[in-house]
Write a protein that binds this ligand. Sequence first.
Ligand code: AMP
Ligand code: ZN
Length: 474
Amino acid sequence: MLKFSNTLSRTKEEFIPIESGKVRMYSCGPTVYNFMHIGNLRTFFFEDILLRVLKYNGYAVKYVMNITDVGHLTADSDTGDDKMEESAREQGKSVWDIAESYTKAFKNDILLMNIIPPDIYTKATDYIKQQIEMIKCLEEKGFTYTISDGVYYDTSKFPSYGDLARLDIKGLQEGARVEFSAEKKNTTDFALWKFSPKNERRQMEWESPWGIGFPGWHLECSAMSKTELGNHFDIHCSAIDHIFPHHTNEIAQSEACNGEKFVNYWIHGDFLDMGNEKMSKSLGNFITLQTLIEKGYSPLDYRYFLLMAHYKKKLKFSIEALDAARNGYKNLRGKINNLKQAVHEEGQVNDSKVEAEKFSEWKNRFSESINDDLNMPGAMAVFWDMLRDEGLSSYEKLNLAYDFDKIFGLNLDKTDVKSSDSEIPEEIKILVNQRNDAKKNKDFKLSDEIRNEIKGLGYEILDKKDSIEIKKIN
Ligand code: AMP
Ligand code: ZN
């Protein structure tokens, strides 16, 4: 039985999809005003594990992730600056260039971390029409009002407002009295459409029935998930900071407009912390994947590090812990290489060599862990126990390892890329492997994209008859 912790009920629930055999899932993606830090990547990794577990259980998953390129303000209270415009100003670039370059950097991180990309990336600026439609829908139903800086959602009109976050609305009203905007009707009301400042042109702004401006951040996810997944879908996820206000507001918008339940399972991962505080761009205590690579770690060392913790637990980052993970991963790869060697030496083998009963016993133990709310530490323990089982042949072990790696995503079936090995950085080797996979799956568009990515990093791939060669471009 597949079970997830559902933030709605605060309990572990059996997963039952809306449509048999199919899952529709949405994750809140990056705000592309800066590089992702490894805390952000923890969340994208957890969503990747969730996707892999659903697929392992035989579900056909339609997976959508948004790219926020407008409207995410520096303060949750709808008062701050737009993070995108601020970054563009600081870097002296156009906001569109900022969006493009950090989206590219994000997709590169995803590739390096072996995170399976969504079926569709939805960019907020591509869905302005749908966002305006949703405001019109809310306006017709009486959920909106207009004040000097924009169109707002009246949360007092939505009786179950705050249920997801178990909000103490009265306490919030009282606590926020000092900051409370005189024009807003309730503290929890939020912007659906913000007007461009008077006498100032924003780089990103659009006409609307209410005036020139831009959509509030929460609106994009309601409008884009409706367009791509329908009014009611199975799973919505990201990290705990989004429970309030972001997801709380998404529910209020979607359910008020659509008149039906929005999402069945809300799944939230906990944070990666730096010391005792959360890793965050605003606190300035963040590390990027590139920094780890420069320090000589492979993105998959970091992936192994993340596998050691349950997604619902806080995880403290430290170089010592990452070193331990790197050793663990190296050790594992060593064991797998020995198995490959042993199988090679045994000569031709086929599946008749597998004892079906023993094989499925291990698979069952593994499934029990991963299906129990994505228990990765448990699944990893099963993995190591399996490798130590003297009753299994090398061939059986290797097959089980490859099967389990469909979840772990540690590239255990990949041969280490050769060719003057030591000079080729780890990230290039990973990209080469990704490209080989794309070619194998006949996804030539992706394979070309990865080749270009590699070229951008200063390396060239030469496809030979039986091998590939990687050359540094001088
Ligand atoms: P952002 O680009 O700020 O919209 O964040 C992208 C994703 O990273 C969101 O799902 C956030 O909830 C998540 N996130 C932000 N900080 C952390 C952290 N320290 N640990 C884990 N996830 C985080
Ligand atoms: Zn969202």
